[in-house]
Ligand binder design. Structure first.
Ligand SMILES: [Zn+2]
Ligand SMILES: [Zn+2]
Ligand SMILES: [Zn+2]
Length: 373
């Protein structure tokens, strides 16, 4: 009997929340979808929510759910996260009066010990909300079918081609914003980012893996404001696939913008300087000297902050409200040629990482003029 059951372990970053998914082997690979809607971006802090949908025979125990923080994501959906580290774990889909067997559960894919063989990404939904295509262009499988690309709900809207852009995005240049609002879904964390200035280049920070691979052991330059790009007019942004980011968030990977703290204020007028304690911000020390901040209300991933880098903080790109779209391209220059710590992610999720690397390089070729290789 046990031979017919496939067990997959799920856990949060701190390890306080752990459970097993025990399903008949025939159920695998499970269906998964990437949702790019405004709510999913702001509730995760990332460019899309990566969720796995097991058959209804999967029902987490009341004991497990009672250990977690719950957030009413929408009228129909409740999300569950670790109170200690903020990792998003599960989403209950269905009205309150449904009996358990009628409820659909979404499992945050980043909490699973393995991706390859466990789930397959079948669709993108709500691409329309991104205006610029968001992460959907960053995900282009090298083998097999591309996921379906729904503009709105899965199966309930038109599909969109790769590199789709909203007519809004194409036809109207949005008025330039002086400050970029960043906020989580529940509003418990809200702050503003100014355009880079000469001041933004001050400060010191060690070079990140997304620019110089940690594994290469190459000597890292000592100086240089690597967090600025496009002649100092934009902040660098990149995708991190390290286990710690994945588990802290519950999403496959986390998109970070590298922003000097001097460019962040807590109010729209730029008067209230940044601090590391405001609103519903909670923090979890994921390793000595490294702090991960999340919202105590909706559990959105907010910042990565390290002692080695006091002047520059990593901001979750999903929090940003850039007028031009989810990728915030008037503010951010995407590092398209490397996914940070991809070496760590390959054993667990090779097909996903290859798809994201391919998509980002296709993006780099199309929009940044970088030869595809
Ligand atoms: Zn935890
Ligand atoms: Zn969504
Ligand atoms: Zn929140």
């Amino acid at each position: 009997m046990a031979d017919d059951i496939g067990t997959v372990r799920a856990s949060c970053l701190c390890g306080n929340i752990r459970y097993n998914i025990d399903l008949p082997r025939a159920d695998y690979p499970l269906r998964a979808g990437f949702c790019h809607c405004n709510s999913c971006r702001h509730v995760s802090g990332t460019l899309c929510m990566t969720m796995v949908f097991p058959p209804k025979r999967f029902q987490p125990s009341a004991h497990l759910l009672n250990q977690m923080h719950s957030f009413q994501f929408s009228e129909r959906c409740t999300q569950y996260s670790c109170t200690t580290c903020g990792s998003k774990m599960l989403e209950r889909q269905g009205s309150h009066d449904l009996v358990d067997s009628q409820v659909t559960w979404g499992i945050m894919s980043g909490t699973l010990e393995k991706a390859d063989g466990v789930f397959e990404v079948k669709y993108h939904c709500w691409i329309e909300d991104t205006l610029d295509g968001g992460f959907s262009d960053f995900f282009q499988p090298t083998k097999g079918d591309h996921p379906e690309r729904w503009l709105r709900g899965e199966g309930q809207s038109e599909k969109s081609p790769l590199f789709w852009q909203s007519p809004t995005f194409l036809n109207a240049q949005p008025p330039p914003q002086d400050r970029l609002h960043a906020h989580c879904k529940c509003g418990g964390v809200s702050f503003y980012i100014a355009r880079p200035s000469t001041q933004s280049a001050l400060g010191k920070a060690p070079w990140p893996d997304v620019l110089i691979p940690f594994h290469s052991m190459a000597p890292k330059p000592q100086d240089g404001a690597w967090w600025l790009a496009a002649g100092g007019t934009k902040f660098l942004a990149g995708v991190c696939s390290c286990d710690s980011c994945r588990l802290a968030c519950g999403v496959e990977w986390v998109e970070w913008a590298f922003v000097p703290v001097s460019d962040i204020t807590l109010d729209a007028d730029g008067r209230t300087s940044f601090s590391r304690e405001f609103g519903k911000l909670k923090r979890y020390e994921s390793s000595p000297g490294v702090r991960r901040y999340f919202c105590g209300g909706c559990a959105a991933t907010i910042f990565w902050d390290g002692d080695e880098r006091p002047d520059v903080i990593d901001v979750g790109v999903g929090l940003l409200d850039a007028a031009e779209g989810a990728r915030a391209e008037s503010w951010l220059q995407w590092r398209s040629q490397r996914i940070s710590f991809r070496e760590d992610a390959i054993p667990r999720a090779e097909s996903l990482i290859l798809a994201a690397e391919n998509g980002m390089k296709q993006y780099g070729h199309k929009y940044q003029g970088i030869p595809f290789k």
